[in-house]
Design a protein around this ligand. Structure first.
Ligand SMILES: [Fe+2]
Ligand SMILES: [Fe+2]
Length: 218
């Protein structure tokens, strides 16, 4: 793998997508999910990277069109505004089409990319292998260290609650063997990490910055 997370083909689109991704850590989410998509593609070579990678890069640009104070009502454990989830998909398709048509990246089937951006959250099953890999990169992000920290921060909940949500509700949604294996390995090792304090009487020596006060353990 080359040095940068983004393929040179996709870099100009990242620059255009960035202004649409600066809400709810979507910019960070996109970088990490793109990296996970690249890994999943190494395990699932039958999937088409020229569809999966542009799709994961652009899939959440539509959140920018949703009023920021309503975002947490659309996601999380007890969402009350599921209509906004659909709205971000539709806005996402519109904005992604503009970006894709502006750049017309070589070898990328624009309609195929837009087809899997549409429905990426509201349609739970996989409509194609490309769709499955893209969805696993998106949902699998939750199980990255970055995803778990970010989710704990959004809701100000302790990590063990995030972990429980992932194991009960998110991991069963994984669609590919590689994606499921990744997600379950991540949650298993995080569960073990959370027991370091139980067995050693102290927090792990190295790790992300921890809050001094409050109930979160990060
Ligand atoms: Fe989304
Ligand atoms: Fe996403």
């Amino acid at each position: 793998m080359d040095d940068s997370v983004f393929l040179p083909r996709d870099l100009p689109m990242w620059q255009d997508a960035k202004p649409y991704l600066d809400v709810r850590n979507n910019d960070e989410h996109t970088i990490v999910a793109y990296g996970l998509a690249r890994f999943l593609l190494t395990q699932i070579p039958e999937a088409d990277e020229s569809v999966v990678l542009p799709a994961i890069l652009l899939h959440d640009v539509g959140w920018k069109m949703i009023p920021e104070d309503l975002l947490l009502l659309a996601i999380g454990r007890h969402p009350t505004r599921l209509d906004l989830v659909r709205d971000h998909e539709l806005e996402g398709v519109r904005i992604a089409r503009e970006i894709l048509e502006r750049h017309r990246p070589e070898g990328v089937d624009i309609d195929a990319v837009l087809e899997i951006i549409d429905g990426h959250d509201t349609v739970k099953e996989a409509r194609s292998l490309n769709d499955a890999v893209m969805k696993d990169a998106d949902k699998g992000w939750r199980c990255t260290w970055h995803g778990m920290r970010t989710i704990a921060g959004w809701y100000d909940v302790p990590l063990h609650e995030v972990l429980q949500m992932l194991r009960e509700r998110s991991n069963p949604m994984m669609l590919t063997d590689a994606g499921r294996l990744y997600a379950e390995a991540q949650t298993a090792t995080m569960a073990a990490e959370l027991e370091i304090e139980t067995f050693l009487g102290r927090a792990p020596e190295h790790g992300p910055p921890r809050r001094k006060e409050g109930k979160t353990t990060w």
